[in-house]
Design a binder for this molecule. Structure first.
Ligand code: C6P
Length: 403
């Protein structure tokens, strides 16, 4: 992708005397200058609290903050900013749901998840099930790393109240059929929740087309700042839910006896939010829109194809994940005879940043029968040259370890 790498200042630095090759965007993406500058501009020109003062600065801050909501709504084709709640990250968005949506669950109700979930879309539901006496069921994964959709459909039934699934796996890269999952939920009157932390940054997402009830994602994985995340929810459902956090700004009136809630989305945004983060997030969305999500997707597809071939050719390297079907730019692999952490450390010596371990998805590791895995993940600033560097460094690591 022509534009990308030079827009990202960090990519011109060296690591251990070598060119930085950043292959860990699934953990967090690097930031273009426009995002860094948007945060700086907010602090240098408009810093004030939002929704709190009839003064010029507060009005400017409020406008920037609200515009970021509108840009997000447009980016995923939501009805409007009333359906966009800013949180700290995907994890907080899913916890919000497990409390606010989960409140209506009763003993014996069922929550349907999958065996490829990140802990963020598993532990909050486990806690909810404990509080309410609900039952959690899991859809299986096929041998080639896809969701067993027939199994998922057969496990959904009269008692199912929530179906929560990842839009794209952070380890396998598998893109799940969110529209079909939402339809299965709708057919049994359950709410659908899509953990789109690894989907929104990489593929064009249209919540109206998918038809899901809720969608969660993080700004930091899509070129934006850390500390800001999104929960998209259907307006009618958000109206029915009580807030998870309470306090300032989320109320319309308060007496000593009680309180009335503010309108959406502010009802779910208690306290001073991450305003500078929202300014940066708005700039990140603008950057992705200018690039075009179809180009982001196309670029990653090409890199993925190249990486699967290039890394797949190396002897004693096992690559995981589906051989066919939609998949984001994530390559999980292990080198026979080497611990994933050792591989990661050896690659670091070459200036190559990957992630190794269980990637916050221990049950999936268990399903795959492995303790950990190396993961190279791509984004718009990566090139085939980065993959060549990875392949050479893997070869070198094997030599050093004699495997
Ligand atoms: N996965 C990874 O290296 P937060 O940390 O709240 O922004 O995102 C949580 C999360 C939820 N769902 C999926 C599918 C994810 O991949 C992540 C974050 C990172 O894989 C950090 S553990």
């Amino acid at each position: 992708m022509k534009t990308a790498a030079r827009d990202f200042p960090i990519l011109s630095r060296k690591i251990n005397g070598k060119r930085l090759v950043y292959l860990d965007s699934a953990a967090t993406a690097q930031k273009p200058l426009s995002v860094i500058e948007a945060e700086m501009e907010f602090y240098t020109k408009s810093n004030a609290n939002v929704h709190r003062g009839m003064n010029t600065l507060s009005r400017m801050a409020t406008e920037i903050y609200e515009q970021a909501h509108s840009k997000t709504a447009k980016f995923i084709n939501a009805k409007g900013m009333q359906e966009i709640i800013f949180t700290k990250n995907t994890t907080e968005s899913l916890n919000l749901l497990a409390y606010s949506l989960g409140e209506k669950l009763k003993s014996g109700d069922e929550i349907l998840l999958t065996k490829m979930e990140h802990h963020a879309n598993l532990v909050p539901w486990q806690q909810l099930a404990k509080r309410k006496g609900a039952v959690i069921k899991f859809a299986d994964i096929t041998i080639d790393g896809r969701l067993d959709m027939d199994g998922l459909a057969s496990k959904a039934g009269r008692r199912t109240k929530i179906i929560a699934a990842t839009g794209a796996s952070n380890i396998l890269g598998t893109v799940n059929p969110a529209k079909e999952i939402a339809k299965i939920a709708k057919d049994c009157n359950a709410c659908s929740v899509i953990d789109a932390a690894q989907a929104v940054p990489h593929i064009a997402i249209d919540v109206k087309r998918i038809g899901c009830d809720f969608l969660a994602f993080s700004a930091h994985k899509m070129l934006g700042p850390t500390g800001i995340g999104v929960l998209h929810g259907r307006e009618g459902l958000l109206e029915e839910m009580d807030p998870f956090l309470t306090g300032g700004d989320m109320i319309s009136s308060v007496t000593l006896q009680g309180a009335e809630w503010n309108v959406l989305p502010w009802k779910f945004e208690a306290g001073t939010p991450n305003i500078a983060g929202a300014a940066g997030f708005g700039a990140a969305i603008e950057y992705l829109e200018k690039t075009g999500m179809e180009n982001v997707e196309g670029h990653e597809k090409e890199l993925l194809k190249y990486a699967l071939k290039r890394i797949g050719e190396i002897e004693n390297v096992k690559i995981y994940g589906p051989a066919k079907g939609p998949r984001v730019g994530v390559v999980p692999f292990n080198i026979e005879g080497m611990h994933a952490h050792d591989v990661s450390e050896m690659l670091d010596r070459h200036g190559i940043i990957i992630r190794a371990g269980n990637h916050c998805a221990q049950p999936l590791m268990h399903e795959m029968g492995i303790g950990g895995v190396c993961r190279a993940s791509f984004y718009i600033y990566n090139t085939k040259r980065d993959i060549d560097a990875l392949a050479i460094a893997i070869g070198d690591a094997k030599k050093v370890f004699g495997v």
